[in-house]
Write a protein that binds this ligand. Structure first.
Ligand code: UT7
Length: 330
């Protein structure tokens, strides 16, 4: 069987309108704009309004990506949504998206790999296209992190935001599109970043809610150390797989968790910051949505030129990480 080349045919993203600035947070918890900017680079984040959910964000990003790619919903063979904040435990957000956009010919499922989720979903979608059995796949990263954030915990409340990004995958010209992918996991670090309750081990109860166990818990320092190390390594490994080196990078599109993590990764790769796509200042950490939002914004701003080597790299709870190299263009 001849292997197809997988291209990104279009991108789209959506962030909710409601803004929470660092100054707003400083009125709610013991923190300050100066501290948050200095330690994270974040200035504000978007959050959903009442009644808005991950599905709404995902649909808006998907519709923009379809339009950008010139692909109709009926042409889609699969929808994959990376999320840890689905509308409900099941059905999947992907099934709900399928109904909303009218993708009657698509299989649909969600993927859980937290902030590395988009890269995991991109890899999964790419495999479908490689085989030649699937022609068009919609991959979405969508999160409503505000729903699982403990707004009274200053360690985490300052970091997260809501949003969605999407890409349409399809066959492309050889030499273009996804050149290599790399995924990794280390479950021994599962306690470092998690939502302890709400699953089958600790189902939601009044006691669980009173102890705030249905919100994110994080060991920030340990996650920081892991992130700095893995970002550089994962970028180098995926470049090697594509027979490329860091010198070939036109742009790095990293997971937007913390500006200091991004700067450290860039330093390890000897990459000047003007080759790094950064929007963490505007949106905070939107988990699985962060890479596709950054990718879409950079693409729409005209940053990427035909033939550019773009490296995406993400890390997150699990622990998980993933990276991908794309030659931009069709
Ligand atoms: O997608 C993956 C998701 N997670 C991450 O990427 C998180 C990675 N980690 C981080 O980004 C950083 O560890 C944080 C931003 C969470 C924390 O920054 P830090 O530079 O590691 O600060 P720290 O936790 O070492 O705390 C330093 C000080 C402490 O005070 P003392 O003990 O030195 O007196 C904290 O209590 O800053 C204090 N602090 C704060 N002060 C003001 C912690 N949070 C805040 C806050 N505002 N929000």
């Amino acid at each position: 069987m001849e292997q197809n080349c997988v291209g990104i045919l279009g991108t789209g993203s959506y962030v909710p309108e409601k803004v929470i600035t660092n100054h707003d947070l400083a009125k709610m918890i013991d923190t300050s704009d100066d501290w948050i900017v200095e330690r994270t680079g974040i200035r504000e984040r978007r959050v959903v309004k009442e009644g808005e959910s991950t599905l709404d964000l995902a649909v808006k990003a998907a519709e923009k990506a379809l339009q950008d790619a010139g692909v109709t919903a009926a042409e889609l063979n699969a929808i994959i949504v990376a999320t840890v904040t689905p509308d409900m435990p099941f059905p999947s957000v992907a099934c709900l998206v399928q109904e909303k956009i009218g993708a009657r010919n698509a299989a649909a499922f969600d993927i859980t790999a937290v902030c590395a989720g988009f890269i995991y979903a991109l890899a999964t979608g790419s495999m479908f296209i490689y085989t030649g059995n699937y022609k068009k796949v919609l991959v979405i990263g969508a999160e409503t992190m505000s729903a699982i954030t403990d707004w009274s915990d200053r360690n985490t409340a300052i970091l997260f935001g809501d949003g969605a990004g999407a890409v349409i995958l399809g066959k492309t010209t050889p030499g273009y599109g996804v050149l290599s992918l790399h995924l990794g996991a280390d479950g021994s670090g599962s306690d470092l970043l998690k939502v302890p309750a709400g699953g089958t081990r600790l189902p939601v109860s009044e006691e669980i809610v009173a102890n705030r166990l249905h919100f994110i818990r994080m060991d920030g320092n340990e996650v920081f150390k892991f992130a700095v190390k893995v970002m550089g390594e994962a970028a180098k490994q995926v470049l090697e797989k594509a027979n490329l080196s860091t010198d070939n990078i036109a742009y790095l599109v990293p997971h937007q968790a913390n500006l200091r993590i991004i700067q450290s990764a860039a330093k390890r790769l000897r990459l000047p910051m003007d080759k790094v796509v950064v929007n963490v200042d505007k949106y905070g950490n939107t988990s699985a949505a962060s890479i596709p939002i950054a990718l879409d914004e950079a693409a729409k701003s005209g940053k990427f030129k035909n033939g550019d080597i773009i490296v995406m790299v993400g890390f997150g709870g699990g622990l998980t990480w993933g990276s991908g190299v794309v030659r931009w263009g069709k």
